[in-house]
Design a protein around this ligand. Structure first.
Ligand SMILES: C[S@@+](CC[C@H](N)C(=O)[O-])C[C@H]1O[C@@H](n2cnc3c(N)ncnc32)[C@H](O)[C@@H]1O
Length: 270
């Protein structure tokens, strides 16, 4: 088993630490259902294991590879998707076991994504929120001016802490801009929806300097290593799956691809 893990880590490369963390989360939880808001190239959607019912939502996807047989991509904004699609029937009546909010990096849009996803969650569900731990003011502006851009998603963490103290909210400090982990979801809660206008007014103009007092404490920062993140997740997978066999196959495929690149004189893929 250790050999398989070593082979997997050696031959299956991830471009960024948060992607590797998402991969670990998928393999730990083995969700029955997965919803991703903001798909882009499909890099993170493709981390879901075979058999997971996956719903991707993105108005302008740029898929690099075809999706798996249990994945569907909806080319629309998340607001349009939730207004016009019946997520429950798309998930064959199951709750959203795992969701990843990584669409438009504006506080109020991510808040609506959260509200919409929670309606289809169960008390065991996990919602991940990208870009909650901003690097600095420049990369956290509402209008994008930098390559790395987290927008003002950090406000969603402050909002959930204040308005939904019943939730367990943590932010893993993983590069480049953190990964929020929310548990204890309550599909019957209407607090955020009913108070949406007040919440918007409270947070929308909050300056970045709000975080000067103690960014780590205010955003419930935890280290971004796998052992810490695993301790924040449900202990049991949502469904049985032979993850070791999967990792072994991926490691062999990665090794063969690396061998082909070597023979062709191309540099290793990082
Ligand atoms: C940062 S990328 C997603 C990256 C992907 N999750 C990953 O980690 O590889 C953000 C994506 O959100 C999409 N997007 C922008 N506005 C959106 C909206 N209102 N609803 C859903 N997706 C949106 C963009 O088209 C873009 O592809």
């Amino acid at each position: 088993m250790q050999l398989v893990d070593r082979g997997y880590r050696r031959f299956v490369r991830f471009p960024k630490p948060y992607v590797e963390l998402l991969d670990c989360i998928q393999q730990h939880l083995v969700p029955r259902t997965y919803v991703e808001v903001g798909v882009s190239t499909g890099r993170t959607l493709s981390l879901a294991l075979p058999g997971t019912i996956c719903i991707g939502i993105d108005p302008a996807p740029k898929l690099r590879a075809p999706l798996g047989p249990t994945s569907r991509l909806f080319t629309s904004t998340s607001d349009d998707f939730f207004a016009h699609q019946d997520l429950r029937s798309l998930l064959e009546g199951r709750p959203v076991d795992l969701a990843f909010i990584d669409g438009l990096h504006h506080f109020e849009v991510a808040l609506r994504d959260f509200i919409n996803l929670e309606r289809f969650a169960s008390s065991d569900s996990v919602v991940l929120i990208h870009d909650c731990y901003p690097i600095d003011e420049l990369t956290a502006t509402r209008e994008r001016t930098t390559a790395i851009w987290s927008g003002d998603i950090w406000k969603l963490i402050l909002c959930l802490k204040q308005w939904r103290p019943d939730l367990q909210v943590n932010v893993a400090d993983t590069a480049p801009t953190g990964l929020g982990i929310v548990r204890g979801l309550d599909p019957d809660s209407t607090v955020l929806e009913e108070s949406y206008d007040r919440i918007y007014e409270q947070f929308i103009a909050l300056p970045f300097a709000t975080l000067d007092r103690s960014k780590a404490e205010m955003l419930n920062r935890v280290p971004g290593d796998w052992n810490t993140v695993r301790s924040l997740l449900p202990t049991m997978p949502f469904r049985p799956y032979n993850v070791t066999l999967f990792r072994g196959r991926q490691a062999v495929a990665g090794m063969v691809a690396a061998g082909r690149r070597y023979v062709a004189g191309r540099p290793p893929k990082i």
